[in-house]
Design a protein around this ligand. Sequence first.
Ligand code: ATP
Length: 286
Amino acid sequence: MEPNHNGLTLSRVGKTFRAGTRHARTALEDVSLQLAPGQVGVLLGPSGCGKSTLLRMVAGLEEPTTGALALNGQAITGPGRDRGMVFQSYTSFPWLTVRQNVAYGLRITGDSSSLREGAVDYFIDAVRLGDVADAYPHELSGGMRQRVAIARTLANHPALLLMDEPFGALDPETRWQMQSLLLEIVRKERTTVLLVSHDIEEALYLGDVVFFLSSHPGRLRETIRPGFKASLGGDREAMLEHPEYRQLDLHIRRMMSDEGRCASGPGPRKGAKRPAGSQRPLETEQ
Ligand SMILES: Nc1ncnc2c1ncn2[C@@H]1O[C@H](COP(=O)(O)OP(=O)(O)OP(=O)(O)O)[C@@H](O)[C@H]1O
């Protein structure tokens, strides 16, 4: 894969926990991928395939055993302000109001107070929390608290927004609202996003590109670029009825169940065959 100085590049990344011991466990092997600026990438795959480990390496919280990661041409060697992370659990400060939570990150970056006030209001409005700006997190619903976390992270203008199952703890209705809102904001802000998901509908709704990982060890099995994104935008119902969506949904379900079988038998093979029944070739990078 040609190195790309824009966006996120992973080159032959591998991760072995407790390397060099007899308890060594290879979670990820030979993962190469690229995510262009302004795109939403989704890491999808069966449980334990290494999605969170990969995201943590991009965040700089975990070191790769092999290979290299770079963001906009800069090697990732640890955590940095160019990356913001939103977790599944709500990570707002309970002793600060919504407004103070969103302002917190900006205080650290030292923006001037007028710029800061403007940015805080802008992001509170973007996540539609204007009415509760002076409330404390315990007074808010789960979806609202997750919106505080997103606003706080976005207010720092990260080059890359990392999200580990950010809506996994929410009820379906709130999750759909949050997904639409996220799409709206990242399109407007042109934020690059890498998001971990278990959910095929979420992956295809949010992802400009979906990286499907196989398990034991995690490898990039397929890169899927849903072709309907450009024409449908954020129209979920139109997506659910779109023939390509249905085809991709079925294809991914088959890969998931194939991986489930692999997990209980010998490990998945490199270059494993496309599951029978997949109607047309899908764009792949491996
Ligand atoms: N700190 C660690 N020490 C040892 N093994 C680990 C560690 N973190 C993760 N692993 C192992 O690495 C593999 C990948 O874990 P990871 O959490 O990245 O998978 P995942 O795809 O995010 O799983 P899930 O979808 O269930 O959240 C698993 O086998 C896990 O047990």
